[in-house]
Design a protein around this ligand. Structure first.
Ligand code: C2E
Ligand code: CA
Length: 405
């Protein structure tokens, strides 16, 4: 920790020296100041730094521009963002920096304190540990293991209910992939989807999973469970010009109609200028499939970008939902997102509802659907009927009796 080299960028001499002194007292090896963005770029190109403190309000080149330059030119790996402005603004610049590939150790309202510094520097260690763990993981798992896993049917699907916030009716289920590796055990979907994307196997994986899900949906339909089926689509799949036809033909083979199926794509898939993604989404929508914008609140799609996607549903990410009942800043975001969705005629889903208080808050805001551990964890297909007949009935009775008390 003590060997870190640090650049402190702030136009205020007092604030700059305050952070420089703090870092020196911490025992950091090299601590240098820069007076504005341009000065910082000069220093970053001539010398390498482990960590850069960035003040957002500066003359010549402001902190927001500096963050982007650092990310674009790969001038540093980690940053701490500081400002005397609104914490929401600092947070949003932090989110932008993360999306640009920088590690944001902290975003703080000035003045910087020793407590903030401690918390931020701990994250450097955590990130190092995570990277080490990933490296170990990645040497064991590559394209070959994933191809084998698909061939040997080691990857399966579990299903998580999406229920109406008023009335507690089962509206649909989301299919979520699980890989039970014969020697390594459970592998998280984020991990193997990433492998599939990196090794060009996402089409094979998607087709395999859609086939499993469609079979299951057909079975449920024949046995009287008529809920919609939601499936996740990797943003990379959207570049495939044949995807819409393939999904449509495949659904037909299982006698499924498009309106029974929702395709979830992450917000980031639509936040750039991505005509091929929009083209695939438009084709799917024309065929009658429902389209959901997933993980909303983690990316940068603005209202205009949302409006140009032919979506039918907006899914608020669980980071926005988590403890929303007690967090006024999050409440404002959730409230305005739900209002925006309503204006755009999108139905809303709150994902990751774990707590009664959060649920009540969301129901009062008239979110259409809820999904989360509070109601049901993702479950194997053969458990859905039981959950529906027993657990959901209990939930419904509990709430409906409370509302008449
Ligand atoms: P996602 O689409 O945002 O899925 C929701 C994730 O939140 C799931 O994690 C789910 O198990 C988890 N979750 C649901 N309710 C709660 C809750 O109340 N609390 C908490 N803490 N978590 C909750 P999971 O299954 O690990 O999936 C992670 C991500 O992997 C998914 O995020 C999705 O992006 C991706 N993924 C999963 N299955 C597939 C798939 O079949 N295809 C593709 N392309 N991606 C998939
Ligand atoms: Ca999803």
């Amino acid at each position: 920790m003590k060997k870190l080299s640090v650049l402190v960028v702030d136009d205020s001499k007092v604030q700059r020296n305050h952070v420089i002194d703090m870092c020196k007292n911490y025992g950091m090896q090299i601590v240098i100041g820069a007076t504005d963005g341009e000065d910082a770029i000069d220093k970053l190109t001539s010398c390498s730094f482990d960590l850069v403190f960035i003040d957002l309000e500066m003359p010549i080149m402001d902190g927001v521009e500096l963050v982007r330059e650092i990310a674009k030119k790969d001038l540093a790996k980690s940053v701490i963002i500081l400002s005397s402005k609104d914490p929401a603004l600092i947070l949003s610049v932090g989110t932008m920096a993360e999306a640009d590939g920088l590690t944001v150790l902290g975003t703080f309202k000035k003045p910087m304190t020793r407590l903030y510094l401690d918390a931020s520097l701990k994250r450097i260690d955590n990130n190092k540990n995570k990277q080490t763990a990933n490296n170990v993981f990645n040497t064991d798992l590559g394209a070959d293991s994933l191809i084998e896993a698909i061939k040997n049917k080691e990857i399966s699907l579990v299903y998580q209910p999406k229920i109406t916030s008023k009335g507690f009716l089962l509206k649909g289920v989301e299919a979520l992939a699980r890989w039970q590796h014969p020697t390594l055990g459970n592998i998280a979907p984020d991990e193997f989807i990433n492998i599939a994307e990196r090794f060009g196997l996402i089409c094979e994986l998607t087709e395999y999973l859609f086939d499993l899900a469609f079979q299951q949906k057909k079975y449920w339909k024949e046995h009287g469970i008529n809920c919609e089926l939601s499936l996740n689509l990797s943003p990379l799949s959207l570049a495939d010009k044949n995807l819409a036809n393939w999904i449509s033909n495949h659904a037909l083979q299982y006698q499924l109609t498009p309106r029974e199926i929702t395709l979830e794509v992450t917000e980031n898939a639509i936040s750039g200028d991505i005509p091929s993604a929009i083209e695939t989404l438009a084709k799917l929508r024309l065929k009658g499939f429902n389209l959901s914008i997933d993980d909303y609140g983690t990316g940068f799609a603005n209202a205009q970008q949302l409006a140009r996607v032919p979506a039918t549903e907006l899914k608020l990410d669980r980071s926005l939902i988590d403890r929303v009942a007690t967090r006024p800043q999050q409440q404002a975001i959730v409230r305005s997102t739900i209002n925006l969705a309503k204006e755009l005629h999108l139905s809303t889903v709150a994902e990751g509802v774990e707590d009664l208080g959060d649920f009540v808050f969301l129901r009062d805001l008239e979110v259409d659907l809820v999904q989360g551990y509070y109601f049901a964890k993702p479950m194997p297909a053969n458990m859905l009927a039981n959950w529906l007949n027993y657990d959901l009935t209990v939930i419904r009775k509990q709430f409906l009796s409370k509302s008449t008390d």
